[in-house]
Design a protein around this ligand. Structure first.
Ligand SMILES: NC(=O)c1ccc[n+]([C@@H]2O[C@H](COP(=O)([O-])OP(=O)(O)OC[C@H]3O[C@@H](n4cnc5c(N)ncnc54)[C@H](OP(=O)(O)O)[C@@H]3O)[C@@H](O)[C@H]2O)c1
Length: 316
């Protein structure tokens, strides 16, 4: 243990972080130790990580001093922010800056910053093809992360910028699963047209991140995009139909219709899907399946993910 390189994992009890903690623990000969950062070391999830062999420490992205303590002595740090906990891009940028400064102060040798594209580089605020949100953003939960990249760079933090993909787990936890239409037939409703959309099992993000930490220096300063598959809405619907043994349709809607659904964040997600749809080639090219599989040879396909999770998908 003492000679292992410690990876401090923010969000260790969550979807991205837990995948990394588990990947580290699953490879005891790999030379790395997992330090799980949580706001509550006594929670069931935190205790479970400790039981599996992780060091569990307290830390909060809203408390920079706690991050410095949590990063102290670590070789690496996995840095992620939690947009959907507050839905404030301003807060997300403050949190990213706290993570970057804490990593710098602790002398962390390799940071992975879980980021996304700043959509405004492709769709400036003056572009009316989608509405501007919160006065300064097109896709707030992408833009804040992308904007925060330069904080890591300007502080000289040795960083890999990890471009993640849509979690297929959103079909379980984010209310995006198949729903019955008026005719009783299930359907997934997405504004993706006929374009390919990168997605992945959320736990594979952490497993790919582990591959990046193992790769070390070669990845510092690089942008690495990951995905499990690039699939159209129709292909995802066909995957559901096969896994569930009943027809699941792809209901293609216009992004404006999706934005009008009215649930919290519908406008942000409508813009996100439109950004993905209108720049699908760029999104897919930035998320090579070969690179993802090299980082994580056990990378799941959609059908493998469905097979494992189909019983947990709520069918409304
Ligand atoms: N959903 C998607 O398809 C998707 C795709 C790409 C990127 N993302 C991005 O992923 C990010 C969220 O990552 P995730 O899905 O891994 O999160 P998650 O599963 O919601 O888990 C977040 C974990 O982080 C911890 N946490 C929450 N607030 C914290 C805070 N203030 N300080 C420290 N820890 C905190 C919580 O653990 P404790 O309670 O133990 O502290 C929680 O278990 C979001 O910013 C989102 O935009 C999402």
């Amino acid at each position: 243990m003492a000679d292992k390189k410690i990876i401090a994992v923010v969000g260790a009890t969550g979807q991205q972080g837990s995948g990394l903690v588990k990947a580290i623990l699953a490879d005891p000969a790999g030379g790395f130790a997992a330090r799980a950062i949580t706001r509550d070391p006594n929670s069931d999830k935190a205790r479970e990580l400790a039981r599996l062999g992780a060091e569990v420490v307290a830390g909060d992205v809203d408390d920079e001093e706690s991050l410095k303590r949590a990063f102290a002595g670590a070789y690496g740090a996995y840095c992620v922010t939690f947009y959907w906990a507050h839905m404030s891009p301003e807060k997300e940028k403050v949190e990213a800056a706290a993570l970057a400064r804490a990593a710098k102060a602790a002398g962390v040798k390799h940071v992975i910053w879980s980021t996304l594209e700043d959509s405004r580089k492709w769709i400036p605020l003056s572009d009316n093809r989608m509405p501007t949100l919160m006065e300064q953003y097109k896709v707030p939960h992408f833009d804040a992360k992308g904007e925060a990249d330069q904080i890591f760079t300007s502080l000289g933090v040795p960083t890999t910028f990890l471009l993640t993909s849509f979690y297929w787990d959103n079909f379980i936890y984010f209310g995006m699963g198949p729903k019955k239409g008026p005719d009783g037939v299930l359907g997934i409703t997405l504004p993706l047209g006929g374009k390919k959309f990168p997605g992945m099992a959320s736990e594979d993000i952490g497993a790919c991140a582990y591959g990046i930490f193992k790769g070390g220096e070669a990845y510092i300063g690089k942008r690495v995009g990951i995905a499990g598959e690039h699939l159209t809405g129709a292909e995802m619907a066909a995957g559901f139909s096969k896994a569930l043994g009943q027809t699941v349709r792809y209901n293609e809607v216009d992004p404006a219709v999706y934005r009008s659904f009215g649930f919290p964040g519908a406008d942000d997600l409508g813009n996100m899907f439109q950004f993905n749809r209108d720049f699908a080639d760029m999104f897919c090219a930035a998320r090579s399946l070969d690179v993802s599989r090299t980082l994580n040879p056990r990378l799941k396909t959609f059908s493998a993910w469905l097979e494992e999770n189909k019983k947990r998908i709520p069918l409304e």
